[in-house]
Design a binder for this molecule. Structure first.
Ligand code: SF4
Ligand code: SF4
Length: 442
């Protein structure tokens, strides 16, 4: 694509990066067919190609964002299906991240939208605040339907509906410290404790630590790590996202200096995509660029890490049919497609893949709160495709997808690592009933 940026504009490294991306786009439109918002809304401006034109026009003309561009960029899930489809290697992720930061800097949203976003950015990345907010949400939950009828209060209604019926206790295993590996030592990793996941389902990381230590891997929970920054990053709050990235880079650098780390293990693929991008996000910060690149190079999804070590035979093979839902951040953001399915199959599960697996479930960070209408359509489509597999358990590797799909599916939705732990001698994951487990015919 031809671009017309001035030399003065290109002196801004963010603009220069976006110009490089824009020049790669050849307008072919292949990406439209796999874009969930184009598939749902049928509007070119809600397709990757349409958004690319809008972003180009805004940046080239040095214009502040307007209502039209904000509408279409806000509707983008950042699912990155377009990047998987694009034959020209257009890095839509970095382009839309830049556009979101530009919107945040130059556009004044309506008051309630601003308040909702400020509240999400204040609460979600902080486990103690999120836990307190969920308690309040339980009290207000009966009014969720009323809120959803008022357009400006829709996000509040959507948020209340997503609040879980019970809030698990905080896990002591998430406290900073070292969990020693058992038997022959196979490695040493740090684990991201994270934010929302540690409140909604702390058992995911507890299970991961238990499985890894049984396999002989030492697991470090580093002092000082926190939210990866993805939630605020996707809202265009660049400074907050970079502050989170720096905090984690510092924490993991200390852990690396205390003894070699083979990996930084992440159990939420949404976080993994962002942490693998820290090297890019902090490339312009001389104090952090090198350290951040080292952290990104060490980041591994738990399934990526497990696939890299020589696993023993499972203790028992459940033989259960499992629908594997590949989170967008897993398949498009990190290009991890093979490992989770192969690990599940090796552990004795019969893996089925739902149709239209490339399409987002509509979770996408805070999307199911801020764009609840489109999100619900995508969720229902996803659940129909999952149910058509005939499986009675859904496995996936991202807490956002677990919450989203579980809000409409009739079957249990569990993290992949819980099923693997079960097969390798851990307890049966909560919510799976023996009588609901469909055992595949030999
Ligand atoms: S990130 Fe997803 S929703 Fe956004 S343009 Fe690309 S395919 Fe469409
Ligand atoms: S597929 Fe790639 S090159 Fe083609 S229009 Fe989409 S982003 Fe541009």
């Amino acid at each position: 694509m031809q671009t017309n940026f001035s030399l003065a504009q290109l002196a801004d490294p963010h603009v220069a990066e976006s110009e490089k991306i824009l020049r790669k786009c050849v307008h072919c439109g292949f990406c439209t067919a796999t874009c969930p918002t184009y598939v749902t809304l049928g509007n070119e401006l809600d397709s990757p190609r349409g958004r690319i034109y809008l972003i180009k026009d805004m940046l080239e003309n040095g214009r502040p964002a307007d209502k039209e561009i904000v509408t279409h960029i806000d509707r983008c899930l950042s699912c990155l299906a377009c990047m998987t489809t694009c034959p020209s290697g257009v890095n839509y992720m970095h382009l839309v991240d830049h556009a979101r930061a530009h919107i945040e800097e130059t556009y004044r949203r309506p008051l309630l939208d601003r308040l909702t976003r400020a509240m999400l950015a204040f609460v979600l990345p902080h486990p103690a605040r999120f836990r307190a907010a969920l308690r309040l949400a339980k009290l207000a939950q009966p009014f969720a339907g009323q809120f959803e009828k008022i357009p400006a209060l829709k996000p509040l209604g959507a948020m209340l509906k997503l609040a879980p019926a019970s809030i698990p206790k905080a896990s002591p295993m998430a406290s900073p410290g070292i969990h020693a590996g058992q038997g022959t030592r196979r490695g040493r990793v740090a684990i991201l404790t994270g934010c929302a996941q540690s409140v909604l389902d702390p058992a995911i990381n507890d299970t991961t630590i238990s499985l890894l230590t049984r396999l002989g891997v030492e697991v470090v929970v580093p002092q000082g790590e926190g939210c990866c920054g993805a939630l605020v990053h996707h809202m265009g709050r660049e400074e907050a996202a970079l502050a989170s990235a720096r905090q984690n880079v510092d924490a993991w650098t200390r852990a690396i200096e205390q003894g070699d780390l083979d990996a930084i293990v992440i159990t939420a693929s949404g976080c993994g995509t962002t942490i693998k991008d820290y090297g890019f996000m902090l490339r312009l910060d001389p104090a952090y660029a090198e350290k951040a690149a080292r952290v990104s190079a060490l980041a591994r999804d738990i399934t990526e890490y497990l696939a890299s070590i020589d696993l023993p035979e499972p203790v028992h093979k459940p033989g259960t049919i499992v629908a594997y839902h590949s989170a967008c951040s897993m398949q498009h953001g990190q290009k991890i497609t093979r490992q989770p399915k192969e690990l599940l199959a090796k552990a004795g599960f019969v893996v089925r893949e739902p149709r239209e697996g490339h399409l987002c479930c509509g979770s996408a960070g805070t999307y199911n709160i801020l764009q609840s209408g489109i999100s619900a359509k995508l969720r229902d489509r996803k659940v129909r495709n999952i149910e058509a597999t005939g499986a009675e358990i859904v496995a996936t590797g991202n807490i956002g997808c677990i919450t989203q799909i579980a809000s409409a599916a009739k079957m249990p939705v569990v993290h992949t690592v819980k099923l693997l732990d079960w097969a390798y001698g851990g307890p049966k994951p909560e919510g799976i009933r023996e009588d609901r487990a469909v055992v595949a015919a030999e």
